[in-house]
Design a protein around this ligand. Structure first.
Ligand code: HEM
Length: 243
């Protein structure tokens, strides 16, 4: 899961160690008052709003509005919200770069952890109410149904990111943390594939196409930025470090 203290751009990644250490120290030290004024209420608002999908399920459950197949409703609702939080998490960096509002990066970890939270609810619904903890049946399903295989792969990668999301892990893993957290791009791709294959069987590809286009835009933007920065790096005369 992306950390809100994580250095994100190519420039930041290539900064000398001392500069990186000082950047980390600055980001964990007291933040400028201009950012602090709106960021705490905004973070609280996002934290509360992110509970809406679960609150909706609970409310529908209590008022008998989960439909004829409540398990299917919960599985689909939590699956879709996992995807929504993945897209929002992946949108933070482009928004930060396009608007210049660097404080946006401080929402990323929380949003990523909500993606993990809804993925866990999604998987637990499947594990508990669909398969009744029958491990053999689950393994068979993972091996047999491609949409379950890729969904499971995405979930395993999300677990790795969630476990390594605390700041202590960012510090401990150093550069390896960034390499590991690039798995978020693979998760995005696998999530779309999971959704696409599931809906292809039902001949209903409207939503997978919409989310697929969003994901292509989010990942495509990163690819373009990365290629541009790489080109700039290779054009730079040797020995002229970037400021
Ligand atoms: C990052 C991980 C995952 C994401 C983003 C995700 C997303 C989704 C989405 C968007 C749907 C369709 C919702 C709809 O119909 O509107 C869905 C359905 C489903 N997913 Fe996942 N999923 C993930 C992981 C998993 C895992 C690990 C499993 C089980 C091993 C799983 C099992 C299912 C099942 C059984 C359905 C419903 C199929 C049906 O109703 O016919 N998903 N998922």
């Amino acid at each position: 899961m992306a950390s809100d203290t994580q250095p994100v751009s190519q420039t930041e990644r290539r900064a000398p160690r001392a500069a990186q250490a000082s950047a980390t120290a600055t980001s964990t030290a007291k933040r400028p008052a201009s950012g602090a004024r709106w960021i705490v209420p905004a973070k609280i608002a996002v934290f509360i709003a992110a509970w809406y999908p679960l609150a909706r399920i609970v409310l529908f459950g209590m008022t008998d509005r989960l439909g004829a197949n409540p398990i299917e409703f919960i599985t689909r609702s939590t699956g879709l919200w996992t995807l929504v939080f993945l897209c929002i998490t992946l949108a933070v960096t482009p928004l930060r770069r396009l608007t210049g509002i660097t404080a946006l990066a401080r929402f990323r970890r929380m949003l990523g952890l909500y993606a993990f939270f809804y993925a866990t609810l999604h998987f637990t619904t499947y594990l508990w109410f669909d398969k009744w903890f029958d491990v053999a049946a689950i393994l068979k399903d993972i091996g047999k149904r491609p949409f379950i295989t890729v969904g499971f792969a995405a979930f395993v990668l999300l677990i790795a990111l969630a476990v390594t999301s605390p700041r202590a892990m960012v510090r401990k893993l150093g550069r390896r943390w960034q390499t590991l957290h690039r798995a978020i791009y693979a998760i995005g791709g696998l999530a779309i594939l999971h959704f696409w294959w599931m809906k292809a069987g039902k001949h209903d590809l409207i939503l997978p196409k919409i989310y697929g286009a969003i994901m292509v835009a989010l990942l495509g933007w990163r690819l373009i930025v990365w290629l541009r920065e790489r080109r700039l790096e290779t054009r730079r005369p040797p020995g002229t470090a970037r400021k």
